[in-house]
Unconditional design. Sequence first.
Length: 445
Amino acid sequence: MATKTKPSLPKTSRGAALWAERSRIVSSGTAAYTDLVLERGLGAKVWDVDGKEYIDFAGGIGALNVGHCHPKVVAALREQAGKLLHTSFHVAAYENYLGVCRELIAVAPIPGEKKAILFNSGSEAIENAVKFARGFTKRRTVIAFDNAFHGRTLLCLALDGKHKPLRQGLGAMPPDVHHARYPYSYRPPMGVSPADLTAHCLESLENLFRVSAAAEDVAAIIVEPVQGEGGFIVPTAGFLKGLRSLCDKHGIVLIIDEVQTGFARTGKLFAIEHDGIAPDLLVTAKSLCGGMPLSGVVGRKDIMDSVATGAIGGTYGGNPMACAAALAVFDIVKNDGLVEKGKTVGETVKKRFDAFAAKYPFVGESRGLGAMRAIELVTDKKSKTPLPAAKVKAILHDCQDRGLIAIKAGVHDNVIRTLMPLVIKDDELERGLSALEGALDSVKL
């Protein structure tokens, strides 16, 4: 999670003045990774209100796989703006809502008959996926994982695998939510080797069924195929297949959260495709629509039709403008080779991050899948003590000074992650990686 930052811009700049206004008039409850005030963006670059250019390794926190202001997205929005801005899908249907659902049904790695529905945000889609699972199974309990992040609405906070600051001071959480261990191979439980971690975590989940939440009471298991805010943690081999088997055994709905991993980020359209298993429900958002607010749930028809008519929906869900952008994104992904770009960008970043891990005593691990890559920072490689948040923040500020926007993640806030637009040019990627390397070169422990 981001923490409040101290502006590093010149006090006389327009950006500094606007940032000071932000501090005065915007709730301090909203986090800030940088102290920038941006004016425009194109592809993988943005410019602040003072005209300085930055390479963007944040990508709107994973919402801009097709880049800032992709011409096809902009054209689709301009065309749609002259036709229909809003009606609410509850009042009257419109063709581009149906088009997005049609596309999601076509690409979702779920066999058999499928249906889809659209919402505004990842959190909203997660909440409704849980409702579908509960409606279908007639059960209440949901199991999530430590280090997980599923959003900031109240139910999502209960699902999140991090207490501070997400749930801190916000009172009682919704009941019937339990957390199991996610296989974090860099930080396994004491006495458990990485090779045994899959079996350990699956057995821990079976034990949870015995002592905390009977399997026959569990409606859903919700999991990220790569943990995002948790630190870009890739599960150990066989873990997700093991979850699929447990869900089949006990009649539990498997919800795969692809909000951050989806739309070519990992070198597949959806990250779950790397494991070759089928979810029952798949949740998507972020890069679904090139920066517009849109999310969706796609899943088995019997589950999607299991709740009462009127139990699911919302005034703005599947807004015509957002749907127009999403249809443009589907076109870009298909025709501009974005899945392949996820692979090639990832290969470049992996090579550099692996070199960072070999070069710096404070880079404990280089990890990730496709272009969803990260480095975990520690005080030393033997103890693996997380690098203090203040030092990580200083590295990110140094990146900013060098013309790179980079953001952190991890339960200890000690992971630097990459979510650059996949349309990034080779020279832009090199500039960004070199800026990060320069910031790491300046670290003094």
